[in-house]
Design a protein around this ligand. Structure first.
Ligand code: 5GP
Length: 197
């Protein structure tokens, strides 16, 4: 996705060899025009998969998740990272270790909103080691729903989440793939190959 790539090149900051900061358009301030395009791209990549629900995790998955759901014409659910006093229904839960915060949260989704045989598209902002996606898959499995695919805005392909999920048989679509990060330098997967040559 060209617009996303340009945005990462212009505004992304490699804080270390592992962490990319994109607070100006995805993780703090959100760019609605870019989010709309991201939603359209996800919808086109998962067209024909008969998606009935989009599932994401708060908070940074909500922007792209909602835009994808709008394009697909289905509801979006976000898993909560903290117990809510108003969430008193039967809960589907999974334990997720947060890559950036280095803490483990029990994520929860009400069983009211994901049902047996729902075809779920999982969306998240980043894919690193795959913990968030695996937690969301576990939630779907507990509901008896089918994971129809996984849509990621930015995949860091030097970490093993993508490999793990694809080997698990899931269709993973990432809109940008980062091959390497050095402090102050962002190399996309395609550039990493050129760098090596
Ligand atoms: P994973 O669960 O795949 O290990 O990590 C994905 C989650 O960690 C995402 O939901 C995202 O919030 C966060 N994350 C992982 N790597 C990065 C990163 O480089 N930058 C930012 N902003 N978030 C990240």
């Amino acid at each position: 996705m060209e617009a996303l790539r340009k945005k990462i090149e212009k505004e992304g900051q490699a804080l270390s060899e592992n962490i990319l900061k994109v607070d100006s358009f995805l993780n703090h301030q959100m760019d609605p025009v870019l989010m709309k395009e991201i939603g359209q791209e996800f919808a086109s990549r998962f067209q024909g998969r008969e998606i009935t629900k989009v599932l994401t995790i708060e908070s940074s998955g909500i922007g792209p998740g909602l835009m994808a759901a709008l394009e697909l014409g289905v509801p979006m659910i976000f898993a909560r990272k903290r117990k809510s006093l108003t969430l008193t229904d039967d809960l589907l839960t999974a334990s997720v270790h947060s890559y950036t915060k280095n803490e483990t949260n029990d994520i929860t989704v009400s069983s009211k909103y994901i049902k047996k045989n729902d075809k779920v598209l999982i969306i998240d902002d980043f894919l690193a080691n795959g913990q968030a996606a695996l937690g969301l898959i576990e939630v779907c499995e507990k509901a008896g729903a089918i994971v129809a695919g996984i849509g990621i805005v930015i995949e860091k392909s030097f970490q093993d989440g993508g490999k793990r999920l694809r080997e698990g048989g899931y269709q993973v679509e990432s809109l940008a793939r980062i091959g390497q990060l050095n402090v102050g330098e962002i190399l996309f997967e395609s550039e990493k190959e050129m760098h090596k040559a």
